[in-house]
Design a protein around this ligand. Structure first.
Ligand SMILES: Cc1cc2nc3c(=O)[nH]c(=O)nc-3n(C[C@H](O)[C@H](O)[C@H](O)COP(=O)(O)OP(=O)(O)OC[C@H]3O[C@@H](n4cnc5c(N)ncnc54)[C@H](O)[C@@H]3O)c2cc1C
Length: 378
């Protein structure tokens, strides 16, 4: 209905790649993080990292439907750490360079990210500023041909392996939302330190870091767009980031339900397969109903994007709904597996740990509620 033969051929090639190059390694990568340079180089060679981007910089120049196919297939990865790392590269750290960056930034950093030669990270959150992005303290002060960058960032995905960060910093005090700059910060500059690799409940295949900047001299040409407009650019970039969650979640919810149904068919309790218990069947059917709503909202958003319409309201609703649904289904499916669900050897236990981030990262649920309320005018 939404995807033609070419989309499906593309889907098959992404799925093959995930089956061969990602899923067989997931247990190992959960122990010691995914090697991003290696993985991204392979993905770059297949054109998976620049689907929507301009062919001039190595992109595929395709539309949002193809991007949705990639994100849906990433939902089959057996752990959200790797799909998150990929989404950072394609939809979180590079859209602003594509939309507002200079020819120099696109040629060097967007091209490098699309090819998989450079690993990207997005650096917004700080120890004292997460939901309240306006409260960030990291500062970039112009000194001749560079900005001196001082401050720290935390919870940065891909942080220990990144070659560059797309980083939000304050450039002034008086301009309200127009007092920020968005910069491309290469991580080989003196004064940049990965202060800590963080230990997490879930997303264990992804590396997450605390970063520190001590008088890092960032060349002025690494400023994205106009000084003072960084906050606005980042708010726009957040829409690409939040959308990435929807296609992967509806696919993963379906996978979790499928694997649970398989288990319930085999598990005999009180003399009968558990799948015969009406209370469990109805719960599963209810999740399928909600998941269909999420899927249709996802496609509605893609149609709106293709039409060039503002999707802030719908993406905020979708991100909120997806985060709550996946946590509900992961927890509920784990319950149906019983003790087996609590064992690390059972994939549902990883999904249970990983799903919790979806209501926190990329703007927590409470932030999404607030955006929706504000857009509705109350
Ligand atoms: C694994 C992981 C990876 C991440 N990756 C990145 C990354 O790559 N780059 C990056 O920049 N950031 C990243 N983040 C940060 C993430 O975006 C923030 O954690 C998130 O925005 C929430 O900010 P916070 O943790 O500071 O929580 P806080 O802002 O301290 O909020 C704490 C709680 O209070 C709630 N709250 C906040 N304001 C209100 C309000 N007005 N009313 C009611 N409740 C409220 C929040 O919703 C939340 O539940 C990552 C986080 C994690 C855990």
């Amino acid at each position: 209905m939404y995807f033609n033969e070419t989309h499906e051929a593309f889907r098959a090639s992404v799925r093959r790649f995930i089956d061969r190059e990602i899923n067989p390694h997931m247990d190992e990568w959960e122990e010691k993080s995914v090697p991003l340079h290696d993985l991204f180089k392979k993905m770059g060679e297949l054109g998976f990292l620049g689907i929507r981007y301009d062919p001039k910089y190595g992109g595929q120049g395709l539309d949002y439907w193809y991007e949705t196919v990639l994100l849906e297939e990433a939902g089959h990865i057996r752990g959200f750490g790797v799909s998150t790392a990929i989404a950072v590269q394609t939809n979180m750290a590079t859209p602003a360079i594509d939309a507002f960056g200079s020819e120099y930034l696109k040629d060097k950093y967007l091209r490098g990210a699309i090819a998989g030669d450079l690993v990207a990270a997005i650096a917004v959150t700080e120890p004292d500023a997460g939901s309240d992005v306006f409260a960030i303290k990291t500062r970039a002060v112009r000194k001749g041909d560079h900005y001196l960058l001082n401050g720290s960032k935390t919870y940065i995905t891909n942080g220990t392996q990144a070659d560059f960060l797309t980083l939000l910093a304050k450039t002034g005090d008086d301009g309200g939302y127009h007092s920020f700059g968005l910069f491309v910060v290469p991580t080989d500059l003196p004064g940049f330190v990965v202060s800590k690799k963080l230990d997490k409940l879930g997303l264990r295949s992804s590396d997450t870091a605390e970063l520190f900047f001590d008088n890092v001299a960032v060349p002025v040409e690494n400023l994205i767009g106009d000084e003072g407009e960084g906050f606005i650019y980042q708010m726009k970039q957040f829409q690409h980031e939040r959308f990435t969650i929807l296609p992967g979640v509806h696919v993963c919810v379906q996978d979790m339900i499928d694997m649970t149904v398989d288990y319930l068919k085999k598990r005999i309790v009180f003399g009968k397969p558990l799948i015969t218990k009406q209370v469990l069947r109805h719960r599963l059917a209810g999740w399928l109903m909600k998941n269909e709503c999420l899927k249709q909202l996802t496609y509605h958003i893609v149609r709106m994007k293709m039409d060039g319409r503002d999707v802030t309201r719908e993406i905020s609703m979708g991100k909120l709904f997806a985060g709550q649904l996946i946590a509900e289904v992961a927890s509920g499916c784990l319950q149906m597996f019983g003790g087996m669900g609590f064992m690390n050897e059972t994939l549902i236990s990883r999904y249970f740990r990983d799903s919790r981030i979806m209501s926190i990262g990329a703007g927590a649920d409470e932030v999404m509620y607030e955006i929706i309320a504000r857009l509705e005018g109350f």
